[in-house]
Write a protein that binds this ligand. Structure first.
Ligand code: G6Q
Length: 551
């Protein structure tokens, strides 16, 4: 059943709260954060929240109490309460694929029951988690041996998009907790370089491949999996070896066995888990092998804490709701095109890339749930790099460029790798950047530094650049779970306001189909009759000529 009751009626821009926000924006748009802070000495504490182990300081945003009140009203008018309930209770809110959206069920507490299409899915979820744990323990302990009896030392996850970005991000984020006598690598790109570089120093006898694909039809993943099988068998020289060196993660048992992987070695999941929301499912198998089942369960518990917070907390104190609404505020009223995510934590170096998929694949949409063309901006471009590196490159544009870039700074009060006072230096940079972005440097301050008159405009910082600061105690598996869920639900909040299907990805499907048509045109021995546009035809001809060295 497609749920219509949760879909708001009438266009977003005609809602009372939207109209009020437009008028409010006109009053507020020139107001400076310097002013807002000097008017209220407690602003830094008033616009801050602590929940689910995460402290969010959102005081350095261009908002007042009235802004929050109106944004919350907008969320209510857009049916956010109903949408949250619809998602958690398994209604088919992914309307274009007619699917439930139940990544939250992957981390539900043991013993909870959740019925989808007449089946209680909770026992299935735990059954897979238990099988994963059993397998992970065997690999980690050396009980699971390669075909020639050697211990598995290297695990390579082959997958792309949601079957890669979550696993690689989580592994990198939790590397501190990983089994250090094993190596973990991730192959995603169909560019043969990715595979070749991943295996060049490895021994096939000690290498386990996890072929991770929801559909098990994705060109890149199957191509790399075939390359991996050929690489393994060149050394192991017996088809029987495949079952000791290949496992699959998929929803498609038929394709898995067609590929030659025994379904005994398959870990399943379900169509109600979207690729970019799948790290808690069997897609997290590489992470579980790396950090162990106990740590993996701690990560799930972290997700769960944020899920409960999102579901049960009034919007004014709800971290993901507030973050989502602030993004709407900048995206739709200030016309910010992008948002930067800046983790001051080296272990989170892949977090921005992960969020890019989560946010942009979810909310990069141009029609409403009803298929009506949208007349307002939807999902912004997410990007970012870890601090302090970003400060030495693109921060210049955020400080002194002409674009408004709302930023999320993410930091931890304790480091996992104390080296002298380096963590204080790192955090000093984080705090200093949020301060400089907000308050800038006035003409008087620049002159007071003895700056010559002609140089003053260049050294001036207007400030008024908004940011959130997200602080947690320490990067643990549980904290990571909370952080990921924070963004998942923020993205959901945004998608609800924009009234889009945040859980389909027709743009990705397009790419999958387009390349298939062109492959024979590049591979065929005979000159193909090309019927593309003149640019594409010329590019193909040029490629065909040069790839074989003909000029
Ligand atoms: C994620 C998308 C997409 C998907 C990849 C891989 O939400 O659907 O990124 O994860 O295209 O798909 P498979 O897992 O089916 O190989």
């Amino acid at each position: 059943m497609i749920i219509r009751s949760t879909v708001p009626t009438g266009p977003l821009t005609a809602r009372p709260a939207w109209k009020k926000l437009e008028a409010h924006y006109q009053k507020l748009r020139h107001l400076h954060l310097r002013q807002l802070f000097s008017d209220d000495s407690r602003r830094g504490e008033r616009f801050a929240l602590e929940a689910a182990g995460i402290y969010l300081d959102y005081s350095k945003n261009r908002i007042t109490d009235e802004t929050i009140r109106l944004l919350v009203q907008l969320a209510e008018e857009c049916g956010l309460h109903q949408r949250i309930e619809a998602m958690f209770s398994g209604e088919k809110i992914n309307v274009t694929e007619k699917r439930a959206v139940l990544h939250t069920a992957l981390r539900a507490a043991a013993g909870e029951s959740l019925v989808v299409d007449g089946v209680n899915i909770a026992p299935e979820v735990y059954a897979v988690l238990n099988r994963m744990a059993d397998f992970a323990r065997q690999v980690r302990s050396g009980q699971w041996r390669g075909y020639t009896g050697k211990r598995i030392r290297h695990v390579i996850n082959i997958g792309i998009g949601g079957s890669d970005l979550g696993p690689v991000m989580a592994y990198e984020a939790l590397r501190h907790y990983s089994q250090r006598d094993m190596s973990f690598r991730f192959v995603s790109n169909v560019d043969g370089t990715d595979f070749s570089e991943a295996v060049r120093d490895l021994d096939p006898e000690e290498t386990l491949f996890i072929v991770c694909s929801k559909t098990f039809t994705t060109l890149e993943t199957l191509t790399n999996a075939r390359a991996a099988r050929a690489w393994s068998l060149r050394r192991l020289a017996d088809e029987q070896a495949v079952r000791r060196h290949f496992v699959a993660v998929s929803t498609n048992a038929g394709e898995v066995s067609k590929f030659g992987i025994d379904t005994v070695n398959m870990f399943g999941f379900w169509d109600w888990v979207g690729g970019r929301y799948s790290i808690d499912s069997a897609v997290g198998l590489s992470t579980m092998i790396a950090i162990g089942p106990e740590n993996f369960h701690a990560m799930l518990a972290g997700f769960r804490v944020m899920d409960e917070h999102f579901r049960n907390t009034p919007f004014e104190q709800n971290l993901p709701v507030l973050m989502g609404l602030l993004m709407v505020w900048y995206n739709n009223f200030f016309e910010a095109q992008t948002a930067a995510v800046l983790p001051y934590e080296q272990y989170l170096k892949r977090f921005p890339a992960y969020l890019q998929q989560l946010a942009m694949e979810s909310n990069g949409k141009h029609v409403t749930l009803d298929g009506v063309h949208i007349g307002y901006q939807t999902g912004p471009i997410y990007w970012g790099e870890p601090g302090t590196n970003g400060q030495h490159s693109f921060f210049q544009l955020i400080h002194q460029g002409t674009k408004l870039v709302p930023c999320d700074f993410i930091g931890f009060c304790q480091t996992l790798n104390p080296v002298g006072s380096q963590h204080d230096l790192l955090m000093a940079n984080l705090f200093a950047q949020t301060e400089a972005l907000a308050f800038g440097k006035t003409e008087d301050e620049v002159k007071a530094d003895g700056t010559p008159e002609w140089l003053v405009p260049h050294r001036l910082f207007e400030g008024n650049h908004p940011s959130n600061t997200i602080l947690a105690e320490c990067l643990t598996p549980e904290t990571l779970g909370r952080l990921i869920a924070l963004y998942e639900h923020s993205v959901f909040t945004q998608g609800t306001i924009w009234n889009v299907d945040s859980f389909d990805q027709w743009g990705v499907e397009l790419g999958k189909a387009l390349a298939q048509r062109m492959i024979p045109e590049l591979e065929s021995a005979d000159e193909p009759a090309l019927t593309h546009d003149s640019s594409t035809n010329a590019l193909i001809r040029r490629y065909r000529r040069l790839k074989s060295g003909r000029t």
